[in-house]
Design a protein around this ligand. Structure first.
Ligand SMILES: NC(=O)c1ccc[n+]([C@@H]2O[C@H](COP(=O)([O-])OP(=O)(O)OC[C@H]3O[C@@H](n4cnc5c(N)ncnc54)[C@H](OP(=O)(O)O)[C@@H]3O)[C@@H](O)[C@H]2O)c1
Length: 272
């Protein structure tokens, strides 16, 4: 019998990350889970074990270089390496450009882009050496145009899409596959803060995670869903003229700033 597949899921203390971890555990896989909130991380690890997987709990932030390196070393020591890495950790706060905060932009990029990059740096050498591996980064449909009141988030996801696309091409022939995932709206702590703004085609967390795993299993280069939202967003929206985009975005985009997490609130207080 072959050894269970080894996977890390970053940002597995809630939402999509926790659900991905549990669904992978049902396959009997070894699932390393990361995140900063220890009680929530312990709960995810408990659910992984309950679902039939083996959990490795790695508490810490994707913004800490040393911590990410230490987590990768712990995985190597425990399991000898990784087969899959799902880079899911992310933050998403609204910002109206009329109240521009460079600090909010810096923080969003540090978590959503550099956080994924830290993990790529930590796991790719072993995958390349072993001649196999899968890296999936959770971007967003918000990557395809600058969404109103979502500048930092859209910018971070656009950067992640480009980073993963370049990596996918660079890694051709190494045996390492790169999958870019662009979900629409999925129920999670992040979207729970969206308030009354409309979230078309909002999906259950379990359905969102299942769609992600189907895409990764199939080694799709770019996984996007749900299709009634993702096809227009990925293929039509980037093609429409800017003047038309401005009108449509103002008409249909989020009208208000969503309720902020405590973390973002603290960052905004730092503004001079
Ligand atoms: N839900 C959607 O509609 C949707 C749509 C498109 C893309 N996405 C993307 O899907 C991913 C998961 O989001 P979600 O919707 O499931 O939201 P969520 O429930 O808020 O989960 C976010 C996860 O990221 C982790 N995280 C945040 N900052 C971190 C840091 N510095 N270090 C380590 N982990 C960190 C959080 O853990 P801790 O706070 O414990 O650290 C949490 O586990 C994100 O990348 C998000 O942008 C979501």
């Amino acid at each position: 019998m072959s050894a269970p597949t080894r996977v890390v899921v970053t940002g597995a203390t809630s939402g999509l990350g926790r659900e991905l971890a549990v669904q992978l555990a049902r396959r009997g896989w070894r699932v390393a889970v990361t995140g900063r909130r220890l009680p929530e991380l312990e709960e995810t690890a408990r659910r992984v074990t309950e679902a039939g997987g083996e959990a490795l709990l790695l508490a810490g932030s994707v913004t800490d270089d040393a911590e990410v390196r230490a987590h990768a070393s712990r995985i190597r020591a425990a399991w000898g390496g990784l087969d899959w890495a799902i880079l899911n950790a992310g933050v998403g706060e609204s910002m109206d450009a009329k109240e521009f905060s460079a600090e909010l932009v810096r923080w969003t990029l540090d978590v959503n882009v550099v956080g994924a990059a830290r993990w790529l740096e930590a796991v790719l050498p072993d995958m390349i050496e072993s001649g196999s591996g899968v890296v999936a980064g959770i971007a967003s449909l918000a990557a395809f145009r600058g969404l109103p009141r979502s500048g930092p988030y859209s910018a971070s996801k656009a950067a992640l899409v480009a980073l993963l696309e370049a990596a996918r091409v660079d890694l051709r022939g190494t045996g390492v596959d790169v999958v870019t995932v662009c979900p629409g709206f999925v129920k999670s702590e992040m979207t729970a803060r969206n308030g009354p703004d409309s979230m078309p085609f909002l999906m259950e967390t379990a359905d969102g995670a299942a769609a992600i795993l189907r895409g990764i299993d199939a080694r799709r280069r770019v996984v996007h869903f749900p299709w009634p939202l993702s096809y227009p967003t990925k293929y039509l929206l980037p093609a429409i003229p800017d003047f038309l985009y401005d009108r449509l975005a103002a008409r249909f985009g989020p009208r208000r700033i969503k309720r902020r997490s405590g973390e973002a609130g603290e960052l905004l207080k730092k503004k001079p």
